[in-house]
Write a protein that binds this ligand. Sequence first.
Ligand code: GLA
Length: 404
Amino acid sequence: MKTICLFFCLLLATYTSIKAQDSTAMLCATPPMGWNSWNLFEEKVSDSLLHEIADAMVTNGMKDAGYKYIIIDDLWTGGRDNKNRLIADPVRFPNGMKAVADYVHSKGLKLGIYSDAAPLTCGGVTGSYGFEELDAKTFASWGIDYLKYDYCNAPEDVTTAFARYKKMGDALKATGRPIVYAICEWGQRKPWLWASAAGGQLWRTTWDLRDTWQSNNKNLTGIMEVFDQQEGLTQYAGPGSWNDPDLLMVGLYGKGSSSNAGTNGKGCTPAEYKSHFALWCMLAAPLIVNSDLRHLSAETLQLLTNKDLIAVNQDSLGKQAETIYKKEDIQVLKKELANGDVAICILNRSNSPKSGLLSLQKDLDIWKPFTAAKEVFQNKTVKKTDKLSYQLEAHACTVYRMMR
Ligand code: GLA
């Protein structure tokens, strides 16, 4: 009798501890990966489009590569019903939002949505201010897994921003559903200092990224401007809390809408998209694509599913890369990885090709011994690791995984 009793006690204890682990599992232990409707679709986002995007993410191999969130951005809502509950635009979402979530979940993916900490969103439709609890409950009841919460039409001061973000953060927690909370006030109030305390797992660090390498205009954020603004933020990144330098422009080739504002409208070159993706992987940035997954070129798809780069991005240590060398348009970044390996990215910022050789010890001050180095674009491993060579066209980069 005693033995049976002990057995059941043990069983109960194990069950309770598994349950406890479940409910406290960390949201976004690694940077979120997915797709977002902004820039390319904007007010055209719809039920049927989302079905097709979810299908494409599964069939084109992106799901297997780790992408899982399908995120609906601004301009999805049709206002509130007579009980003040948010409703989806009835024309574009004839079956409501829960039906979209059910479909996305049936594909093994997760659904994200968008709102704003003011009465109106950036696109001028209904926001969540004053309805935080109700909206969080509505999102949870639909099966939403991710909320991007914008800050248009809201007061500028940080005290109000924190209070408004925390209000929604608390409301999301109170639903009991694990909903990733993406804070989007464009880095204007140093959110890396307070967004975690407001309940966020990621926070935008800059204004919206444009589909251009470099804008040379203070008010326009090309890839290089946004990249440079991540300098100094490494200490704030880690499992469950990520600096967000905005959506990936990879594969847009100037076809987006807002992403073209103020640019020459041509987008980037293939080499520039490769560097953009590699840099975002090095920065432990969220990898949220916004090109059309239904029609990706083989080259874009190969880049977006590069296993070695994704492994660097998703590494469980959660370190954001830091710059360890900058000379004559060559910039080198280093990212420590959980198993003791180190990722090194050599970027050519110049408008002309560059080649050279960098000594690990003398140039980069890295003294750790390595057994091999793998170049991740060429999928080539070399045994000699005391020097790294580069031969790079304009704006291209090379990434090595140094193996311990
Ligand atoms: C802001 C955000 C963008 C996008 C738009 C939608 O500009 O920063 O990412 O969500 O609003 O209107």
